[in-house]
Design a protein around this ligand. Structure first.
Ligand code: ATP
Ligand code: MG
Length: 386
């Protein structure tokens, strides 16, 4: 039997993302303690994000290279099993990161994978996917995660599950609870969408995909007058991009995640995307056709954003009309998350304290949530084709 890293057997591909493919595998050593990234590496990743260390310096290169050599040795070691013990195996999901040979030769890290690993190691919570192990093979990094049956995108768009108001309330509660845990730790996820919300066989909801998450503390960033105070605009998937990002803002905050939560609430209720723009300009069109145009009156400062242009959209269908069959509390909550001006959006705490969560109907139990139909595409062995 061909095993990867001495203990994992590939069953099939379950996901394909921009940073790597995800495979369903059997782990024949589920009781083995997980290998982790050393805390110095995680600290380095954090310092880079706070702008306390610049990635351009020789110091950084040297420090990272030394840690790389250490990690490389330890994470390539195989824990060989002698024989397969029936009944001992369990399923895992393994995310293999696409790691360009160039990076490897330069000995510089695939930073986004290391970032994702350090976030997953730090974020132990029932609403965040658990990391079970990491290892290196050839020129790839493999992140082993607990196996989940599918994601919310699959459930809504492929399986076309009809979600009741109780299902939606349960999902919203879980999404916001996980997000509160992240925001309390000063972490923005920055890629909220149904495809990044996984569902377990017990109906639990957990966040995945921390590839573009980052630490954010306004005070730390502002004290350091470095470029790192400028946040990247290359975040969020188009349909979930808030208007400040679409207008090119390089200063934003946790409210970008709240916009995403509002879009998800709408999508799982309607069974379709709330704002489905064909490109970034059209994305703003779609938003303004529901919320009205962004002007200084409803969003002070908007006209100073780098890519601001005035739109002249007519409202086609506002949130009240779109959600006319939902309760008043539902509409009030969604309206407070999908607001053009980011400073007026609810915080995650305000959203969780909203009376929507205590009013009728109650949230369903996890076991009452329909489960996505698992997708597994058969494939051959892991290869390093890159
Ligand atoms: N632990 C898991 N169990 C089951 N399926 C998973 C797991 N992790 C990820 N997946 C599946 O693989 C897909 C891609 O994973 P992930 O979002 O982490 O990768 P990505 O490369 O960052 O993706 P993208 O760029 O498309 O957002 C997910 O949408 C999900 O369907
Ligand atoms: Mg993803």
């Amino acid at each position: 039997m061909s095993l990867i890293n001495g203990r994992y057997k590939k069953v099939g591909r379950i996901g394909e993302g921009s940073y790597g493919d995800v495979y369903k595998c059997i782990d024949y050593l589920p009781d083995q303690p997980p290998r982790t990234l050393p805390s110095e590496t995680c600290k380095l990743v954090k310092d880079v994000q706070y702008g306390l260390i610049s990635t351009d310096t020789d110091d950084f290169e040297e420090n990272f290279q030394n840690q790389f050599k250490e990690n490389d040795k330890y994470l390539k070691e195989e824990v060989k099993i002698d024989s397969v013990e029936e009944g001992k195996e369990s399923y895992v999901a393994i995310k293999k990161s696409k790691w360009r040979r160039m990076d490897y030769l330069k000995h510089s890290f695939n930073f986004s994978t290391f970032k994702e690993i350090s976030f997953l190691q730090e974020l132990e919570h029932p609403n965040i996917v658990k990391i079970r192990d990491i290892f290196f093979k050839d020129i790839s990094i493999y992140v082993v995660l607990e196996y989940m049956v599918g994601d919310l995108h699959q459930l809504v768009h492929k399986d076309k599950a009809a979600l009741s108001p109780s299902h939606v309330k349960y999902i919203m509660k879980e999404i916001l609870t996980g997000l509160q845990f992240m925001h309390d730790k000063n972490i923005m996820h920055r890629d909220l969408k149904p495809g990044n919300l996984l569902i377990s066989d017990k109906g639990e909801i957990r966040y995945a995909d921390f590839g573009i998450a980052r630490y954010y503390e306004r005070e730390i960033l502002q004290d350091k007058e470095t470029d790192s105070a400028q946040l990247t605009r290359n975040v969020c998937t188009r349909y979930y991009k808030p208007p400040e990002i679409l207008y090119g803002a390089n200063e934003y905050d946790f409210s970008v995640d709240i916009w995403g939560v509002g879009c998800i609430m709408a999508e799982i209720t309607l069974g379709r995307h709330l704002f489905q723009g064909e490109n970034e300009l059209d994305q703003l069109n779609k938003i303004f056709s529901t919320l009205g145009n962004a002007v200084e009156d409803n969003w002070p400062g908007v006209s100073e954003l780098p890519n601001y242009i005035e739109y002249d959209c007519e409202i086609q269908e506002d949130l009240d009309t779109l959600f006319s069959s939902q309760t008043e509390d539902f509409i009030d909550l969604i309206k407070n998350m999908i607001i053009l001006d980011p400073s007026k959006r609810f915080t995650v705490k305000e959203a969780l304290e909203h009376k929507y969560f205590t009013s009728e109907p109650p949230a369903c139990l996890p076991s009452e949530l329909p489960l996505p139909v698992p997708l597994t595409e058969a494939i051959d062995d892991f290869t390093d084709s890159d």
